[in-house]
Design a protein around this ligand. Sequence first.
Ligand code: PHE
Length: 448
Amino acid sequence: MKIQRFSRIGFIMAAAGSAVGLGNIWKFPYMTGEYGGGAFVLVYLITIAFIGFSVMVAEMLIGALGRLDTVSSFEELAPPDKKQWKYAGFMGFNGIIIMTFYSVVIGWIFYYLFRLLNGLPSTTDKAKDIFNTLVGNEPGIQIFWHTVAVLIVGYIVYKGIKGGIEKINLILMPSLMAILFGLLFYAFTLDGFEKAFEFMFAPKWEKLNSEAIVRAVGHSFFTLSLGMGAILTYAASLPKNANITQTALIVTFMDTLIALVAGLVIFSFLFQFGAEPGQGPGLVFISLPTILKNFGTLGIFFALMFFLALAFAGITSAISLVEPVVQYLIDRFDYTRTKAVVVTSFIYWIVGIGALLSYTKEWGEMFSIGKKPLFDILEYTTDSILLPLGGLLIAIFVGYILHKDRVRAALEHEMGDRVFHIWRFSIRYIAPVALIFMMLNLMGIIKI
Ligand code: PHE
């Protein structure tokens, strides 16, 4: 059914584009700030090395062997008596749930890019005001920029694997890296750099509580795009003879590197002017513009570059969140690509409006359940429950359901025996145990 295939470099860029997103540049720094730095970063790095990488190989493998959409790939690969595994493929729909708030945040970034052209706020209070007014009082402006985000992402997905997804990643990913490394070189020259380095890499163990550990593990999945079929769907269009292990290694490395660079850049700027790292989700929206104000006109340039990088990262991830459902509708229901994109985009556009309204003063109550705004419910459910659950299903499927010989054969030319055994051990034991542990902890059944 699939006729389009990525080129080798196109696939690497698309997978890296999916992984490197708002999770790296917006979320990783504020979480590191909130959970006190070094120790949080260490848990995140350990999870990526020992679980994230193995699960990524497993998820790519399902796509590369199945060659279809998420549901069909699981169904195709499951043994005849275990066809109910196809339901695991519905993890692809998480992408649409994530998109409901992801596209709202991309909308905020667009608004900032536009707003920054008029200069930067001079005090933190003013910066807070801009952010809080946008989120709390301006549903119309938010709906407008959310709609722009939906249309841009929809258009790229509509253009397909070769003409849209591969092309845009080949342009945006190198641009994003150039911008971030440019900012890093500048950050090197600041006194704040040393402090930033220490904050991120010298573990303060007393800050490491059970919540920090759970969040670090959950974030590793989010940031690597694991557990919802994004990587699986891309891998279904893998070029022939692609090296899965090597690609997973490159993607994991790039994703981690970019998160660390983004963290170093933001904390250098922050410490240079004595700002607070633990400010939560508003961190880059509120502190960065005020801090950069101190750099004069150069500051506006830095801010524009930074938010541009953030927009690029967000868009390349967003298309990978939408593509699995689009592919599913094309494969299973014979939709044309246009129809699939329109239907999918419409659903998350509407729910996304509910999500953004849930933060406004006027409509907040109507779009909240209990005291929880819809936005937070959508974010929490996907992030902390559905992605780890998806990761767990992938690990079990590749570790226990797929025949070992088939898995070995697929990775024959990529891994030696020893590496294969270590990888399989991680998939069969380390990843499931850690993920089950994490979920029980989340449900409050056990406490680490
Ligand atoms: N990895 C993306 C980020 O860091 C988010 C994402 C999650 C994308 C799951 C696809 C699938 O922002």
